[in-house]
Ligand binder design. Structure first.
Ligand code: FES
Length: 569
């Protein structure tokens, strides 16, 4: 056991390590026979989606003891999507770094990762991948369905819908305010196919959870049963030395991309999967999402693009049923934390409600995966989720209406004199990893009030930021390079004609290279470039990579492993 280099032997240092950790634990806990399992726990009152994880951790602990391991709770930096400013994404890499360093610094043999809210599972997976000790994920699970005035409420998605209805004059402010109590009905994370639900599913498709775990509602007692069983399994994984690099191979990422398309998952998964792959040294590129995923059919009818919620997906057979239906596209060599091919775990999966999970023969939409666009507006790439877009806008040509920042957008968007029509293309810049900083979810810009009043509910929008996984619309995201890094998005002016052609995978501006070059902005006046003097933001801006590479810090790519650090005394 790795932990034996802390607890083994009879010298002064071993005495110190054992004595301070004893606290009622039996002698056997320190004799080198019981694996020390750390539960990296993102429970926090400021991350309401993860607030129940202490209860979950108790079930994991019980499972670890039952299998002969020693459980150790490690509270970890937690990122509450709705609270953390300027954006939780700014801190994803910090949480990943803290996860990595605290696992490596401690007497740990195996790792259980407890996450839920959007950034927590990606950060935990990135950190654990860089240490590469046996690890598995417990996804905290979605909330139960909410209802308001007899209708199902989707967490997140209906906020966007209701706020547009208020602006269009179709909903009273009073109803809007009172709906918030109904939206969050139970413990758990957002119950639409937003980023949290998506990343829980990605963890399972990557092979990093027990089969059938993803999507189990937070309030369902089976979540605790699965957590107990995960505690038991991680102890076995330590004896088998089954590491993240054994599980998360290129084939696992293929499976994750197939699953992402089939569930209609969040575009945020692109950035997170690229970052996780970067830690493992798996060769995964932005183009893989298009090549592997774009022709996969959409099977899951969940908000934001569809009708139902995660509780319904679980009832209808869950992720296993979706993966079983997509089996022809899966890499059958990829294994999961059971040490067996992922596809083997699907043998008994069934679809119980085809209105929620469709068959491949009758999909909700053909060719539903994420499309990757290139052109003189996005030389390093941009993404769009056709399943969440308006079909009539997937090929569109229109004049740009440019906003320098989200504050500029909020100030002007409802100005009756704003020169905007249904043909316009809204362009928002200064929202990339460096520029904001942190790449916030602001790209799904609200539709101008005067167009909403005419019944227009979607416009082509282009941005170097991200979009909430619970949002929808014809939005070109993750434009790289971002404006603040000198990308051409910084050069666009009002009235420039923007061309979007999703079928041709193209996003461009009708300007020649010479015209664009003539507009080059000096580095020190780049749009949206934040320039903090110190602290994490300084480190982040100096080292963050662009979205097409996963927005990890350049010095965190790869893994250091689980080598034992020098003694502290
Ligand atoms: Fe936590 Fe949506 S705010 S998952």
């Amino acid at each position: 056991m790795r932990s034996a280099s802390w607890y083994g032997g009879n010298d002064r240092d071993a005495f110190i390590h054992r004595a301070w950790m004893r606290r009622g634990n039996p002698d056997s806990a320190f004799e080198g026979k019981q694996p020390q399992i750390v539960i990296v726990n993102t429970a926090s009152d400021l991350t309401p989606c993860n607030a129940h994880l202490n209860e979950v951790a108790q079930s994991v602990k019980d499972g670890i003891w039952a299998a002969g391991g020693v459980p150790l709770n490690l509270p970890m930096i937690s990122l509450g999507e709705t609270n953390v400013r300027p954006t939780a994404m700014l801190w994803r890499n910090m949480a990943a770094m803290a996860t990595e360093e605290m696992i490596r610094a401690n007497p740990v043999d195996g790792v259980v990762l407890l996450g839920g809210c959007d950034k927590t599972i990606p950060a935990l997976l990135m950190g654990a991948a860089s240490v590469n000790l046996p690890s598995l994920v417990i996804p905290g699970g979605p909330m139960l369905n909410g209802t308001f005035r007899g209708k199902t409420l989707g967490c997140g998605t209906d906020v966007w819908k209701f706020s547009e209805q208020v602006r269009a004059g179709n909903m009273t402010q009073e109803d809007f305010q009172s709906s918030d109590k109904s939206m969050i009905r139970s413990k758990g994370h957002c119950n639409t196919m937003g980023t949290a639900s998506t990343m829980g599913c990605m963890a399972e498709a990557l092979g990093m959870t027990l089969p059938g775990f993803a999507g189990t509602p937070a309030a369902d007692s089976r979540l605790l049963e699965m957590s107990h069983n995960s505690g038991r399994r991680i102890v076995e994984m330590v004896y088998e030395d089954l590491k993240p690099s054994d599980v998360m191979t290129r084939g696992s990422f293929v499976n994750a991309i197939v699953a992402l398309a089939g569930i209609g998952g969040s575009t945020n998964a692109v950035v997170h999967l690229l970052a996780i792959a970067g830690r493992l040294g798996v060769n995964l590129t932005l183009d893989d999402f298009d090549e592997i995923g774009s022709h996969i059919p959409l099977l899951v009818n969940l908000q934001p693009a569809g009708q139902y919620l995660m509780e319904d997906m679980f009832r209808a057979g869950g992720l296993c049923a979706v993966l079983k239906e997509l089996e022809q596209y899966l890499d059958n060599s990829a294994i999961n934390v059971m040490g067996k091919p992922l596809v083997e775990s699907l043998a008994k999966a069934e679809i119980f409600d085809e209105t929620v999970i469709s068959r491949v023969a009758t999909p909700i939409q053909e060719d539903a995966g994420i499309a990757v666009l290139y052109g003189n507006l996005a030389p390093s790439g941009a993404v769009i989720k056709p399943a969440a877009a308006s079909k009539n806008l997937l090929k569109h040509r229109g004049p740009a209406v440019v906003f320098e920042s989200i504050e500029d957008f909020h100030k002007r968007i409802d100005d009756p004199n704003l020169d905007v029509t249904e043909d316009s293309v809204l362009v928002l810049r200064g929202c990339g990893p460096m520029g904001y900083p942190g790449m916030p979810e602001v790209s799904n810009m609200a539709i101008p009030k005067k167009l909403l009043e005419k019944g227009i509910t979607d416009l082509v929008r282009v941005c170097d930021g991200r979009m909430s996984g619970t949002a929808f619309g014809t939005v070109v995201l993750h434009v790289a390079p971002e404006a603040a890094a000198g990308g051409p998005l910084a050069l666009i002016a009002n009235g420039d004609i923007i061309n979007l052609d999703v079928e041709a995978r193209s996003i461009s501006v009708e300007l020649t290279d010479a015209e664009l070059a003539a507009r080059t902005v000096p580095e020190n006046t780049r749009v949206g470039f934040a320039n903090p003097a110190r602290g994490w933001e300084r480190l982040y801006i100096d080292h963050v990579q662009q979205a097409n590479l996963g927005a990890d810090l350049d010095f965190l790519i790869g893994k250091t492993g689980s080598g034992i650090p020098r003694e502290s005394h």
